[in-house]
Design a protein around this ligand. Sequence first.
Ligand SMILES: NC(=O)c1ccc[n+]([C@@H]2O[C@H](COP(=O)([O-])OP(=O)(O)OC[C@H]3O[C@@H](n4cnc5c(N)ncnc54)[C@H](OP(=O)(O)O)[C@@H]3O)[C@@H](O)[C@H]2O)c1
Length: 342
Amino acid sequence: VNNQEVLLARRPVGRLAEADLEIVATRLPALRSGEVLVENLWQSVDPSTRLRMNATTPDGYLPPFALGEALVGMAAGRVVESRAEEFREGDAVTHMWGYRRFSVVRPGRAELGGIGELAKVDASDRPLSRYLGVLGSTGLAAWAGLTVVADLKPSDIVWVSAAAGAVGSIAAQLAKARGNVVIGSARSEPKIAYLRDVLCLDGAITYRNGRLADELKRAAPEGIDVYFDNVGGDHLEAAITPLRPHGRVAMCGTVASYSSAGTAPGPANMFQIVSKRLVLRGFRTGDFIDALPEMRAGLGQHLDDGAIECAERSFEGIGSVVHAMNSMLDGHHVGKTLCRLA
Ligand SMILES: NC(=O)c1ccc[n+]([C@@H]2O[C@H](COP(=O)([O-])OP(=O)(O)OC[C@H]3O[C@@H](n4cnc5c(N)ncnc54)[C@H](OP(=O)(O)O)[C@@H]3O)[C@@H](O)[C@H]2O)c1
């Protein structure tokens, strides 16, 4: 079988260019004992993949991709052939060896804290793509970030940044479903309308033109208790001032800095973390792999009863990765970003 893989051809400078990635045809090796051949049907497109295209990544994080090597990232597909006991032809699975039409995967390796390990999913009554989004790593980030890391309490006023995106839209709706007052921020007018009219958040604010602090003050005049941070940089600084004593920040990501090499500036108002006894806690979904069944049951129930809607934007084919990544990072669509590979 001939395969196609996405390679990092050169390191992007700023926005991803078509020439930064290359799609190459490769030949699949014969399957060895213990291996599983998966046809990937969906590719998850994640901001962290852009971060790993830089020459260096932050200490403690996954290493940069090597030039000339295939990218990896979460994918969902069907088992085509199995030489491992636990998997059969036709099984719906997720794994982290994506950015290929077909992947040869060896099960039982706790990749990405377990979230990237080859795993069967029940796609009988849910679209398979959901297991890369609301019922996958995206949903787990929202669920664990809010309930465990931020220790959400019923009276908390919550701000979620990048709230029209994959993680942000689930976190914002989850807090809303729990009865919290929720403010979401995003860039464009269509996204603000989405937060206000579709997700029905209590406040929908833009960060354009340096308006973040004023817009936050208007949306939450008494302050906030929880900030779910997907952006970092100026957004984190804007959260520290309105955070009330003992406020919590779930630090999920710093997408504002992923497309630029070097270090990003930190908040100028750090002493307020001391004076207000704030807790800022970073986390990664793999830390909460044990909560995956609970998250799937909880968010699955919210999907069924209509409390949560999960938008997906899919791009066609393995050749659409650059377009998909740019559309996501430029903020051109809402919800989870995917490429349909089949
Ligand atoms: N900790 C974990 O284990 C974990 C797991 C999954 C994801 N994450 C993190 O969660 C965050 C969201 O990821 P996602 O997959 O849900 O992506 P996403 O929100 O669907 O897409 C990223 C969004 O970030 C916003 N953005 C881009 N550049 C920005 C900037 N300079 N300033 C402000 N906003 C900017 C854009 O929305 P606008 O149109 O609103 O600008 C864009 O749509 C990322 O930081 C990601 O790394 C962490």
